[in-house]
Design a protein around this ligand. Sequence first.
Ligand SMILES: Nc1ncnc2c1ncn2[C@@H]1O[C@H](COP(=O)(O)OP(=O)(O)OP(=O)(O)O)[C@@H](O)[C@H]1O
Ligand SMILES: [Mg+2]
Length: 226
Amino acid sequence: MSRNIERIETGIPGLDELIEGGFVKDNAILVTGSTGTGKTIFCSQFIWEGLVKGENCMFITFEERPDKIKQEALDFGWDLQKYEDNGQLKIRHKDPFDTAEGDELFWFRNELEKYNVDRLAMDSTSILSLYYDDQYKVRENLFKMVRTIEEAGVTALLTTEVEEGQDNLTRFGVEEFLVDGVIKLDILYMGSGSSRSLSVRKMRRTNHDTKSHGMMITDQGLKVSE
Ligand SMILES: Nc1ncnc2c1ncn2[C@@H]1O[C@H](COP(=O)(O)OP(=O)(O)OP(=O)(O)O)[C@@H](O)[C@H]1O
Ligand SMILES: [Mg+2]
């Protein structure tokens, strides 16, 4: 085969097998799902995989505070604090109302370069809509953000929230076109129980599986089953 594509293991058991071994290095991947589908856990698990492999990682959280992210990760056995202490992990909490428009991208590019970030998680981009007063601006800034990620040579996981029961992959219907891959998380309630699923909706340069797969959240994190 002539293709020689470097792949980044996701850290989610069962997922890499669906996407030829992992995310394409330096790609931006979007994880989309309604509330409680496991987007934040996905981020922590992806970051943990990078840390264990010796990569420089950054977790940008727009919603939950860093101490909560760390506490929740620790519940799964992922001691993020240890890697924050040794300098391999940077966790940044961004308050969307804090920063002047325009400064944001400058800050972002700077951070990625300064720490030579290999692996990035950004949870969640939905809140960007609060930054800017019109949708055009939201799209424009998402576009610039994805381009910055590409230019910085970072493998990135972005999350976005969709309302429950919606068929749309994303709120603005545009994020999915900007990124290199889209993974959709679902939770289906039936009678007294519920079942989780994961599907790969798009993965550039990858002969990926297109089926919906069962997914579990256990005390060890996310796991894709059959
Ligand atoms: N130890 C555990 N075992 C099983 N399931 C768990 C465990 N811990 C958390 N969960 C499940 O994970 C869910 C939370 O996942 P997560 O915070 O990643 O969701 P999210 O998609 O980020 O949601 P939000 O929209 O609130 O940000 C919980 O609602 C619960 O269903
Ligand atoms: Mg979350």
